[in-house]
Design a protein around this ligand. Structure first.
Ligand code: LRH
Length: 487
């Protein structure tokens, strides 16, 4: 029997999960042992992660498990991609862990992208244009020239930083490194010209390493030494590693704060269709590519929820289910939704400016977002099919968002494909799985998916006919042609 701990840091909460794997039965179980809030804080005029708070919670949870006498074989951490911290030559952190939702890259991202040429950038890295790619965040940092810039000795992605805090070892996980937009998609190495273009130094980075290797040990208060294993530290890579995908005709959606919709591919897809659709080619835990599109997912619902503290997400969705569909639609990826002061006002403003009925009630607002998300998924499926030449006949939704029954059904109805959902804790399971692979308990990523398929339950949603669908698709596709003033 193996016991491993997965610490899964999300944009709104962190979860510490204890997994148990029985080699004899090949049965995997998972229990949450600690959960804590994560939120953006403003520091020095920038939106930052409260990195000290996250570290405290990680250590509290681990010490608690050790104090309870749990025998733990290893620990691994995963989190959202693209964000990083700087260290000096003594290994001390310099500056803040600025969040990708901060607007420091707003003007410089396009400028640098144009200077480097998106054609070249995309061919080289396979990474989508997002204003918050690490390439642009680093460039914003080096251009701002903080007083400590000359002291930077290393850059670590967020989970690599926490692994360092546990072990004292520096490690650069491959899956998360691909999200920087500075790794070559064909050779898996840092691209010197891009690092330089960001004003950074090649010496700040170490060789990216594939998941499933040991980083070092964490010494719990004078007691046991516990191995710290490199899991796929990018939460999306971990979630997809845990998605029981049995065929290349199944598309996945990793559904959480973001909806990451895509396919796996042996090769990066950098053809004109993929580029035009801004599909990204991130590194998968199993060595394949995660060809996917970022759709702003539950972030919009979380934003609405803040306005109605008396309601929880289930109640909001019940209200939404009672509403007529397709009344108002938004492009969930419009930049006005990245970090608005008020999500409700941003949605209402968008609808008003595009000449649609302005949703007022919580149910109407949520229905607008869920319809729009499902329409956006359908659009992405078309782009993925075109870019890959692979028909996509089924959808597997994993992650916390897969608990949203209304969205699952809308996804089946609007995409006109059967939907399978689960596991819910996909990132934690992918994290656990690659630790178990590193420990020699599971042979490989394919075996992991089989184990997850028979250890966790799934639900299915069948597509239903909808006479209004064709008109809604047409309206959705035309939204981007309508001007939306973001001021
Ligand atoms: C999802 C995610 C996604 C990234 C974004 C920054 O949590 O890791 O894959 O694009 O956060």
């Amino acid at each position: 029997m193996y016991q491993v701990v997965a610490i899964d840091l999300g944009a709104t909460s962190g979860r510490v999960m204890l997994a148990c794997f029985e080699s004899a039965t090949q049965q995997l179980t998972l229990q949450q042992v600690h959960r804590f809030a994560n939120q953006l804080v403003e520091r020095g005029g920038q939106l930052c992660w409260d990195i000290e708070h996250l570290e405290d919670e990680i250590f509290t949870a681990l010490n608690m498990l050790v104090a309870k006498g749990e025998l733990i074989n290893s620990i691994g951490i995963d989190s959202w991609g693209v964000d990083f911290v700087c260290l000096d030559k003594h290994g001390n952190r310099l500056g803040e862990a600025v969040s990708y939702r901060d607007d420091r890259t707003q003007t410089i991202s396009r400028k640098l992208c144009d200077k480097l040429g998106f054609d070249r950038l995309y061919r080289q890295t396979g990474i989508q244009f997002q204003p918050f790619n690490t390439l642009f965040q680093l460039s914003a940092l080096t251009q701002a020239v903080p007083s400590w810039l000359d002291d930077v000795d290393k850059i670590l992605m967020i989970p690599d930083y926490f692994h360092y805090r546990l072990t004292g070892q520096f490690h650069w996980d491959y899956t998360n490194a691909t999200t920087t937009g500075m790794l070559g998609c064909r050779d898996g190495n840092w691209q010197a010209a891009l690092v330089q273009a960001a004003g950074a130094s090649a010496s700040w980075f170490g060789q990216p390493v594939k998941p499933g290797t040991k980083i070092g040990d964490w010494q719990a208060n004078g007691s046991q030494r516990i191995a710290v294993m490199a899991s796929p530290t990018h939460d999306t890579a971990a979630a997809i590693a845990a998605a029981p995908l049995m065929s290349d005709s199944t598309a996945y959606i990793s559904s959480g704060t973001w909806s990451l919709i895509g396919i796996e591919s042996e090769q990066p897809l950098t053809n004109p269709v993929a580029k035009g659709a801004n599909l990204t080619n991130e590194g998968g835990a199993n060595g394949r590519f995660r060809v996917l599109k970022n759709v702003m997912g539950m972030w919009l619902i979380e934003g609405i929820l803040k306005h109605f503290p008396e309601l929880d997400i289930c109640q909001l969705c019940e209200l939404a289910a009672q509403k007529t569909g397709f009344i108002s639609l938004v492009n969930p990826n419009d930049s006005c939704f990245i970090h608005p002061d008020s999500m409700v006002a941003a949605i209402q403003n968008y609808c008003q400016q595009t000449g649609q009925r302005v949703p007022q009630s919580p149910g109407a607002l949520v229905r607008c977002v869920l319809d729009s998300l499902a329409l956006s998924y359908r659009q992405c499926l078309g782009q993925l099919e075109k870019a890959s030449g692979q028909p996509l006949t089924e959808i597997r939704i994993v992650g916390g968002g897969s608990q949203n029954q209304l969205l699952n059904q809308l996804c089946a109805d609007i995409c006109q494909r059967p939907v399978l959902t689960g596991p819910v804790e996909a990132s934690a399971l992918g994290n656990v799985g690659y630790q178990l692979i590193g420990l020699g308990a599971i042979t490989d990523g394919q075996a992991l998916r089989q184990i997850i398929a028979h250890s966790f339950s799934e639900h299915s949603f069948s597509p239903r006919p909808n006479a209004e669908l064709a008109a809604a698709i047409q309206r959705f596709n035309q939204l981007d042609l309508l001007p939306v003033n973001h001021s």
